[in-house]
Design a protein around this ligand. Structure first.
Ligand code: FES
Ligand code: FES
Length: 153
């Protein structure tokens, strides 16, 4: 099936099997390997990307359902050598350890701050509850989101 979507600002057309996952399309066809395959079951958030500005689990999203959609991945955030303020904040607060979960957290954070520029700590924790990190213990991730929020205001 033919499917056309805009990925990180660029229009793309693909010929896909009806069961092709968005995550595999991004990683294998476009080499956008920021979104990770963690659980493959919608449980960990490592594959989070934005679909029309909303965070989705790319491991649970069919490519054919993205017809006409705008997809954003972590690769689309930086401009040239300059990292996005959310990426900077994650580094500054030590919210990245192994990094496996980080692209998913960053994309979910972008969506959160788009909806709520000044989120409280409980709001941050609630919004990001679908993203699992096995390394940081979340404290630094919350601080990174707060720092990013401040930088973006
Ligand atoms: S890999 Fe998609 S939610 Fe875990
Ligand atoms: S930094 Fe390792 S899983 Fe989050």
């Amino acid at each position: 099936m033919k499917v056309t979507m805009t990925v990180n600002g660029r229009a793309r057309t693909f010929d896909v099997e009806p069961n092709r996952l968005l995550l595999n399309l991004l990683r294998e066809d476009l080499d956008l390997t920021g979104a990770k395959y963690g659980c493959g079951m919608g449980e960990c958030g490592a594959c989070t990307v934005l679909l029309d500005g909303e965070p989705v689990m790319a491991c649970m999203t069919l490519a054919v359902d993205c017809e006409g959609a705008t997809i954003e991945t972590v690769e689309g955030l930086s401009s040239g050598e300059a990292l996005h303020p959310i990426q900077e904040a994650f580094i500054e607060e030590g919210a990245v350890q192994c990094g496996f979960c980080t692209p998913g957290f960053i994309m979910a954070t972008k969506a959160l701050l788009g909806e709520s520029p000044e989120p409280t700590e409980p709001e941050i924790r609630e919004y990001l509850k679908g993203n699992i990190c096995r390394c940081t213990g979340y404290v630094n991730i919350v601080k990174a989101v707060q720092r990013a929020a401040e930088a973006l205001r």
